[in-house]
Write a protein that binds this ligand. Sequence first.
Ligand code: ADP
Ligand code: ASP
Ligand code: MG
Length: 440
Amino acid sequence: MMKVMKFGGTSVGKPERMQQVAELITATKQPKLVVLSALSGTTNTLVNISHALAHAQKQEAAQIITNLYTHYCQFIQELLPEPVYQEMGKKIVDEHFDFLQIILRISFSEALNKDILAQGELLSTKLFSVYLQSRSITHQLLPALEFMVIDANEEPDLAGIRSRLLPILAGHPDCPIFITQGYICRNVRGEVDNLKRGGSDYTASLVAAAVNAEVCEIWTDIDGMHNNDPRIVNKTRAIEFLSFEEAAELAYFGAKILHPTCIWPTQQENVPVKLLNTMQPEAKGTTIVAAVEESGPKAVAAKDGIYAIKIKSSRMLLAYGFLRKVFEVFEKYKTSIDMITTSEVAVSVTIDNTAHLDAIVKELTPFGQVEVMDQQSIIAIVGNQLATTPNILSTILQGLQPLPVTMVSFGGSEHNVSLLLPTQYRTQALQLLNTHVFGL
Ligand code: ADP
Ligand code: ASP
Ligand code: MG
């Protein structure tokens, strides 16, 4: 049975890290499908290049491209010291930077933006493949653009991925190591596209589900999912086991270690997921499986950029069908709702996709008085059977007592209590919950 191993940006971001990745993927004889991200910082830089071009700032774009080129030239000098392999690496780098020079001269479009963003994963995988060649490590580089596909709603098409990938793998029956790009894919128009930021996790989960892998390992720069955001809170601890549901909720509500929607493919095919640390491979990490024993609060995450929409109407009193009409407006604009609270005369919902906010507000206005609050954050406390844990709600609310919580959602899911508050209080909320709920 195959194993999927995904290495994120920091895990491939320095020549010595790539060398470490080679050790990890050759440690056992089990066949592997290895998914690589772009070198850390590259996708952000490509976003900046695209942004400059979209705003007709060609000089700026050219300067960023030059700096990135220097970075890659240094990278291959260190990664591939032997002249023959360095030459091969240089050819790859030059090819991709020739493309980045061409884009300075053509008109910008959304399709071009996606082509620009794809360069990072194409570069990292090709350079890693040359490195493996330099070490005589047998492997195949599989172009993700030949099998990673998304549908008309821009959602990954798992059946389509499986039907393309399995014959490709069958074409190399004795190959011990396959390498492919995370993040990038093709859309229904056949254009290059991507699975959104952090999407290499999603690629890993999708291919793990497609090949029915024994395990999907996500190798990163931390020893697994922590109980709180280590970028924000000082004292956090790693969690040994999570259920698919718990992991999916944490990812969706902002735990950056996982792409927001990457859990469902592995959950659907019941492929265990492991979160592991490239810098500390012996650490236990986090294992994500279907069922876990323990219950109670396990972790908290925060999602920023939330808008709350409140619709107040006295006509809602005793009126049936009111909520349906409200939800239909969001459905029409393909805008998903995260939290809902209702009272006799008002309903509040939260959204994070504001692409159609104006149109939504306009269509809601006939139903009542509409208020929009921006710069809100959802704080989600996640844990198995959380809703039935004694005193959990009072512990959470007591902990957050100094803060202006504007919405609370409890009981909607067994694994989640969500709260809404202005983003300016998000850091404080995570710290207070760390003390009051997790005793840290
Ligand atoms: P990669 O480049 O490997 O995909 P990411 O930067 O996307 O890595 O994700 C790992 C980072 O996620 C960690 O370095 C950490 O700062 C951040 N993070 C946020 N919340 C959590 C959490 N609850 N547990 C672990 N890491 C978290
Ligand atoms: N390189 C992409 C990004 O930075 C995908 C990933 O790393 O998961 O978003
Ligand atoms: Mg990531």
